[in-house]
Design a protein. Structure first.
Length: 126
């Protein structure tokens, strides 16, 4: 019985981690055109002793910012360039799909464990 309840906790922690990842991907997409914006990255790690997933600290992507040529922009330097963002929409959409699929997989595990627990309770009541 405790294994079923433990699997509910594992799946819930996975869903929570993927929802955080999806939130940061959404922020990255929303700020893709913001000058100087650096893409946010989330890593996952195992919670010590429990085996559950927890999101690690949010880190900023240190890759170079795109140089945008727009001499009319107030942020432009003498050459007419300013720093754009380092967000690549194709990568963000791929990350969003991966997070969504991982969330759905954890949801299926959660639902299966819940159904098994319910079936066990039904057997015990008989």
């Amino acid at each position: 019985m405790s294994d079923l309840l433990q699997s509910l906790g594992f799946a819930a922690s996975g869903m929570e981690a993927q929802s955080m990842r999806l939130r940061h991907v959404s922020e990255n997409i929303a700020n893709a055109d913001t000058p100087g914006y650096r893409r946010k990255l989330v890593s996952f790690r195992e919670e010590m002793g429990t085996g559950r997933v927890e999101p690690g600290p949010v880190q900023l992507d240190r890759s170079t910012l795109d140089s945008v040529y727009d001499p009319g922009n107030p942020l432009a330097d003498e050459t007419g360039h300013y720093d754009g963002s380092n967000v690549d929409l194709v990568i963000e959409i791929a990350d969003a799909r991966e997070a969504q699929r991982s969330y759905e997989a954890n949801l299926k595990i959660f639902d299966q464990a819940r159904q098994m627990t319910q079936s066990l309770f039904d057997l015990i009541r008989r």
